[in-house]
Design a protein. Structure first.
Length: 170
């Protein structure tokens, strides 16, 4: 079978297109190269430390104790107001909260003992006075108050309520 000139030309074009398609698919894909940025003119360089992102530090044990002591002292002041108003159950709860916040607050134990004395719980009051005494043994004023309250409980006298000297110690 013989092809004419025109048919031969179409055949060559067809083979050329197929060859071109095969050549294109065999080539690796072209990736764009990043454009290089022009360097900035050299200036005096200032070296800054990178900014650090930090969390606030946890309070030290001393700071935490101070915060607990202040919170406990506020509760003692609030409890004394209730004690002066003769709200003994409410005062006892507040003083117990003060002891729970800061177990080393001798004044909270003293006032809790006073409240228990008013609530006719002398045995509990004497135990609380022992704890207050162990915590306040270096303070002559409070040692005198503890002895007065202890004598008052033993003699069945109603103890006198004194406002706390809370911030004198802190």
């Amino acid at each position: 079978m013989r092809l004419g000139k025109e048919s031969l030309r179409y055949f060559i074009q067809f083979v050329g297109i197929v060859f071109l398609c095969l050549a294109i698919t065999a080539c690796p894909p072209v990736t764009k190269k990043p454009v290089a940025k022009k360097p900035k003119p050299r200036q005096e360089q200032v070296h800054e430390k990178p900014k650090e992102v930090t969390r606030p530090a946890a309070p030290s044990p001393t700071q935490a104790m101070t915060l607990q002591r202040k919170a406990s002292a506020r509760l003692v002041e609030k409890g004394v107001l209730e004690l002066n108003s003769k709200n003994y159950e409410q005062a006892a709860q507040i003083f117990q909260d003060a002891v729970n916040v800061d177990a080393s607050n001798g004044m909270a134990y003293y006032y809790l003992a006073m409240t228990d004395a008013h609530l006719s719980q002398p045995d509990t009051a004497l135990g609380l006075l022992d704890k207050a005494e162990s915590l306040l043994r270096n303070d002559q004023y409070w040692m005198g108050k503890i002895e007065e309250l202890r004598a008052s409980i033993a003699g069945e006298k109603t103890p006198a309520i004194q406002p706390p000297a809370v911030f004198d110690q802190y």
